[in-house]
Ligand binder design. Sequence first.
Ligand code: ZN
Length: 171
Amino acid sequence: MPITFIKILRSKKRRRTVSAHVVKDVLIVRAPESIAESRLEKVITELKTKIERKQLKEELNKDESLRQRAKEFNQQYFGNQLNINSIEYVTDQISKFGCCNFRTGCIRISHRISFMPQWVRDYVIIHELAHLAVPDHSKAFWEVVSRYKFAERARGYLIAAGTQDILYNKL
Ligand SMILES: [Zn+2]
């Protein structure tokens, strides 16, 4: 449920810290009575963003769709040879669309991808999966990735979507 209201409770007892929690769509903020309005506004914005990112992350990962997709692609493109430890959406990865830890087998996909068309999402999953086989962006890597028929198109889409991540540009 998105946060719609903010309720501020000022307290004389509170010295410094501002805390917040959510009840339904209300963000309840507890703040020291003496805090400056501008400071409080800034802290609330930060807390709200943090809570909303956490909520979105939970929402995006609550079903098995990403893991299921990765499993299918492992079968279809990699002969089930990949060791996928985990794959999840994250909300703290803004400039990179995907990230793969070759050593641990953990894949993190930016929440931005979840709002993109399925064929773009699939490309990002395949791109990151391919890094479990080939860590760098060598010719061998792009050969693997290009087995996905929308690879080139998806790369164009992502560049247009404004990535700062050069990893998605062809080396
Ligand atoms: Zn890459």
